[in-house]
Design a protein around this ligand. Structure first.
Ligand SMILES: [Zn+2]
Length: 370
């Protein structure tokens, strides 16, 4: 037995570094233009931030009325508006409680427990779940929160502070996971996705999302889209740096277009006649999904147009096309497809019984130069 076990260990020791380096090299999806942050600026953000490590605190606390027990709420300010922070969890034995309990902030960012009648509490929240974590380097962020039982407390994260940006990435992951859970089985999502913020650039590589700015929701979700596309094995990846309005390879058009489509689907209204991003690619922002500017490369190797083609499949706004398929249907029928191009994806959907008339019409509308 022992010999067999040591053989296996030896095999693992020899094969893992080789496999992981090949994998990482093959799968580095570079999005250097996407956030508007260049390598030097990214380095500066990292230098500013790293001394604070993985321990964070909310930026402000507001104390409110007297209440019974524990009543806390987590919010992040986005342009002055409070957005609840869902899914923050900790385990603790609160004052007055006889047991160790698990707590998780709900859709309103709220955690309540009637038992915490008096005294102080102090808890640590790790930005980690089974499916994802938000980390600095290799360490997931921990948010330290303390306060009094019997007083309502609101913990506030600002938009661009370190704590605010780490929480912003968390909010994006929670939102995307919830939306996917509503529509699809997440059986394909087997590996934990690590979001590293701040990173030395914006890119995806081997289940790890690297980010320069955590509050750029559209960029963060685009990078997460690469991770989902990878795990769902929807198609091949194209490599190298790229500009959103130009044409490159079939692979790049598909992998980048799908990632942006995912970001749009997570955040934007399917009925919006002028669905658009906010931060993505400052040079062309706001990137419009429904109304693509005419100077954008018109072929199916254009990531911008691939995104719009996929959007037209699921959107509920009639701009000359009436296809209203669900994201779930599209995901189900492209799961494990490993498509080599958007063209081949379209062909294979038709083979699976999709309405070829509607798909060809969307194709014509979205790729005027084909
Ligand atoms: Zn990308």
């Amino acid at each position: 037995m022992q010999t067999q076990a040591s053989k296996i260990i030896a095999l693992l020791v020899f094969s893992i570094p080789f496999i992981s380096s090949t994998y990482a090299q093959f799968l580095r999806v570079d999005d250097s233009e996407i956030s508007g942050i260049n390598a030097a600026q990214a380095k500066e953000i990292m230098n500013q931030h790293f001394h604070s490590g993985n321990l964070l605190k909310p930026d402000r606390v507001l104390e409110g009325v007297q209440v019974q027990g524990l009543a806390i709420q987590f919010v992040r300010l986005v342009k002055g508006h409070e957005v609840p922070v869902e899914g923050l969890s900790f385990k603790a034995q609160l004052p007055g409680s006889t047991s160790y309990n698990a707590y998780r902030s709900d859709e309103a960012g709220v955690i309540r427990d009637a038992k915490c009648e008096s005294g102080n509490y102090s808890v640590s929240i790790t930005l980690q779940s089974v499916r994802y974590q938000v980390s600095v380097g290799n360490a997931p962020y921990e948010i330290h929160v303390s306060g009094k039982c019997g007083v309502a407390q609101k913990f506030i994260f600002e938009e661009t502070t370190p704590a605010g940006q780490a929480v912003a990435v968390w909010q994006t992951a929670v939102k995307a996971e919830k939306k996917l859970l509503k529509e699809a089985s997440l059986a394909f999502w087997k590996r934990q996705i690590t979001f590293i913020w701040p990173a030395n650039g914006d890119y995806y590589s081997s289940d790890t999302v690297h980010l320069t700015l955590g509050y750029q929701w559209d960029v963060v979700t685009h990078e997460m889209g690469h991770a989902i596309y990878d795990q769902a094995n929807i198609g091949v990846f194209g490599g190298g740096s790229h500009k959103i309005d130009e044409c490159y390879s079939d692979a790049l058009g598909l992998s980048e277009g799908w990632a942006s489509f995912f970001s749009a689907w997570v955040h934007l209204n399917l009925r919006d006649p002028d669905a658009r991003f906010e931060y993505m690619v400052p040079r062309r922002a706001p990137i419009q999904i429904e109304n693509v500017p005419t100077d954008v490369c018109g072929k199916s190797q254009s990531e911008w147009r691939v995104m719009s083609f996929l959007w037209d499949i699921v959107d509920l706004h009639d701009d000359g096309e009436t296809m209203e398929e669900t994201f779930l249907h599209l995901l189900k029928d492209t799961l494990g497809m490993h498509a080599s191009s958007i063209k081949s994806m379209k062909q294979r959907l038709i083979q699976k019984g999709w309405d070829s008339g509607k798909l060809e019409l969307i194709w014509k509308l979205n790729f005027p130069a084909e």
